[in-house]
Design a protein around this ligand. Structure first.
Ligand SMILES: [Zn+2]
Length: 288
């Protein structure tokens, strides 16, 4: 059972890891500040300070140390939950990980939101869920009796499985650190079957990964995946694109756009037109 391993893992961490997060965050911020000033001069509009609310910065902060205590990584690519034994996190290339289309052309994705969340947090989450309705045929709807559904909970970190897994599948949005509109969209895009933009099969034409700046042991976050790109262009503004400093061990860039290294990357505060297009193509929504 994929979800069982994740649940066990997260419960075990709850007691030990809660306080460490805040400490690690402040250490990280202090050590980055000097470098950030240099970057400000050279790369206006793309500094590490300004990356503070990028999807990947938020996710990385919330997920710090997640899985490091375990022999087997459970969270890969920053925030993708991988059932043990399954190394490649793209079940959509195999059959059956898409959500089913209804006869009315809509794709209903049943969800439940844990009672852990405050009404304010619930409204942020619901706004994220509803944002798919106006531009795609995805309809998140409160679960009634459906077998397969997304269970949105506040566990440790922000993470999701990729695609529909069958039965109840957790999307974790930790109350402190993950309940933001764009993070909600990001994690639900995983649940719909999408991977990170910088792991795309054609990413080497658009970004350079600077492994020497990556935290030791975190290199797997930058593995390339044989993705189905649905004839959409590589998109630096995708809400699925990580920021320039993702998993940096030294405050230096880990993802550098090519050929123009100054282009801003991974700063989306919402789904980009390409993110929307991809949903519509993968699910063959009628309005496109
Ligand atoms: Zn992600």
């Amino acid at each position: 059972m994929p979800s069982a391993s994740v649940i066990t893992f997260s419960l075990a961490l709850l007691s030990v890891a809660h306080f460490h997060v805040a400490d690690l965050m402040s250490i990280r911020e202090v050590s980055y500040n000097a470098t950030a000033k240099k970057w400000d001069k050279q790369h206006a509009g793309n500094s590490i300070d300004e990356d503070e609310f990028s999807v990947s910065t938020l996710i990385e902060k919330a997920n710090k140390n997640l899985g490091q205590e375990y022999d087997r990584p459970v969270i890969e690519f920053g925030d993708i939950a991988v059932p043990s034994g399954l190394q490649n996190a793209d079940p959509c290339t195999a059959r059956g990980c898409m959500w089913t289309k209804s006869s009315d052309g809509m794709v209903y994705v049943p969800f439940v939101i844990s009672r852990q969340f405050s009404s304010q947090e619930r409204s942020v989450i619901k706004r994220g869920l509803q944002s798919f309705s106006s531009r795609t045929c995805i309809r998140f709807k409160e679960r009634q009796r459906e077998r397969d559904f997304v269970s949105i909970q506040s566990m440790r970190g922000c993470w999701s499985f990729v695609g529909r897994r069958g039965g109840s599948q957790t999307v974790s949005l930790q109350q402190r650190g993950c309940v933001y509109f764009h993070v909600v969209q990001h994690e639900l895009l995983h649940a719909l079957g999408f991977n990170h933009e910088q792991t795309r099969s054609d990413r080497d034409k658009h970004v350079r990964i600077i492994y020497e700046n990556v935290i030791r042991g975190q290199e797997h976050n930058f593995r390339r995946i044989d993705t189905n790109n649905l004839k959409t262009p590589y998109d630096y503004n995708s809400v699925m694109h990580y920021g320039r400093f993702a998993f940096s061990r030294n405050g230096q860039a880990t993802i550098v756009p090519i050929p123009n290294s100054n282009v801003a990357i991974g700063r989306a505060m919402e789904m980009s037109p390409n993110d929307v297009l991809r949903i519509n193509r993968l699910y063959q929504c009628r309005n496109t």
